[in-house]
Design a binder for this molecule. Sequence first.
Ligand code: T5A
Length: 211
Amino acid sequence: MSGQQIKPGKFLTLEGTEGVGKTTNRQFIQDWLEARNIPLLVTREPGGTPLAEEIRELLLQKRAEAVDATAELLLVFAARAQHVNTLIRPALAAGKWVLCDRFTDATYAYQGAGRGLPLNTIEQLENMVQGVLRPDLTLVLDIEVEAGLQRAGERADLDRFESEELAFFQRVRAGYHARAAAAPERYRLVDAGQNLTAVQDDIEAILEGLL
Ligand code: T5A
């Protein structure tokens, strides 16, 4: 089942480093698509189902014990397997569009570029968990790492990822750039350092192109 691609709906993902504005713009995209009567599931990773949300808590919680990078990777994909097979795939098969706040590109960026795990290991897990399922379009919101962290830091207590050092997020950002450059047909880079109106004008132009 996991190898099958039954996908009348479109699968859109939102990516970027910390505080780049994914949540803010996810709402904008949701409103834009719903105003055009597109049946839509909005979800996020890690998470999206009760079990996957519990795994999200495990991943984000700050803890005294150092978290092994491979353990982190496997938790991310355990959550994703549940999410893909019980929520995303059925929604796409029913003709809905799916808008997901982060997906496997985040794993390549955070666990791959950020933590330094081999990209081919991530690819193997991606194939195992998703079969041939890949997003149709990925918006990478891009901003200087420091500016994004400042936006995120203004809000709440920092989680385990947000507490990483600057160099980690610079590797993550470079990881996103590399993914986008390698497959320009699937990725759209949006300058998220602009004011919100300008960011959303850019996103709207991309969505119009998609329709
Ligand atoms: N993770 C995830 C992995 O390591 N591997 C994986 O495979 C996956 C899927 C949680 C963590 O999980 C890790 C990566 C993450 O560290 P998350 O909750 O999606 O993932 O990540 P966060 O980046 O922490 O999400 P946030 O909700 O903190 O940030 P957002 O959604 O990017 O930012 P948002 O929209 O809340 O905006 C932040 C602030 O900036 C303002 C907003 O109003 C808000 O106050 N803002 C702007 N201000 C000025 N101009 C603009 N253009 C603005 N846009 C937003």
